[in-house]
Ligand binder design. Sequence first.
Ligand code: PLP
Length: 373
Amino acid sequence: MSLYQVYAQYPIELASAKGMELTDSNGVKYTDYYGGHAVISIGHSHPHYVKALTEQLEQIGFYSNVVLNRFQEELAERLNAKLNEDYTLFLCNSGAEANENALKLASFKTGRKKILAFKGSFHGRTSAAVAATDNPSIVAPINAGHEVDFIPFGDRKQLEQLLATEQYCSVIIETIQGVGGLDQPSLDFASEINEQCKKTGTLLIADEVQSGFGRSGSFFSFQRFDLEPDFISMAKGMGNGFPIGGVLIHKKHKAVKSELGTTFGGNYLACRAALAVLDVLEEENLIANARDLEAHFRSEVDRLGIEAKIKGAGLMIGLDFGKPTAALRKALLEESHLFVGSSSNPNVVRILPPLNCTKEAISTLLSEIKRLS
Ligand code: PLP
């Protein structure tokens, strides 16, 4: 029996990890500026996180949503404290599932079918989420029945014309595109999206799967814009590696019994993981750290004279060299033992370290990039 080979993989087998350090099965050490694809938010094996999950496992690991779970309530309250308006919480297991549920809710609540998404978007691989992803090669015929239009960031005319038909249930947006290569809408265009959604009864979904939980330097990236989402989807950094996803649903959208559901979503271990992440983000001021490190990143790129455009924000940041970066990324890994990320834009190196990364670590990475580029 062999694996169904869908991944391009490095010939590296990891044995352990601590903070930003990864150790492979031969004892070789690597530094993690990729966070297993923006998942590691508070560092690998953070002691507070390990303690919370271990304690919980000794109490009760799983029961279904047929019983009350106070950790879900606590998580909903703690997340609400990060927002200016009231939202309720639905928990699931991954980013795609979070978006799928948000898209489904938008359709339930409006009775409409069409989706407006953006060029360069990635929202996951389930049916509606993948249909709203701007990559036809991963959309199977079975997913292609969804009615989705893609417009570029900044195209006010199409935004206005399409939403004016009042056929769209939702606009789904990553305010920093992850897989797409760190593009962001302008402040003006974001305000226009907000206004057009309100005017036409179209619901707004902020996909915070990658950018949420502090990675952008704000708790949610959409908070850096004038956006009032109806739904906020999240996953990745939320559980620091424990699979958890969720949708925050604006209080004006009332729940209807059975309209959504899940077996595993919101289980005890997942909730304790997310609560431990929130504890560490708050106690160690990691969101402010993400902002400080963005500033440090910018000044180091300048000081070292790296000839590339900086894209993104916080610790969802990267460099666009205007030419392919595959060889650079390979050298960073093989020679310098530094893991960085790629994107669907081959010219971009994506940097997604744990939020407790340090100035020294950013300087080391950029010196190596300068040396090897
Ligand atoms: N949305 C965004 C913005 C993502 O970056 C991703 C994954 O990379 C997803 C959704 C899908 O998340 P998952 O892989 O957990 O299903």
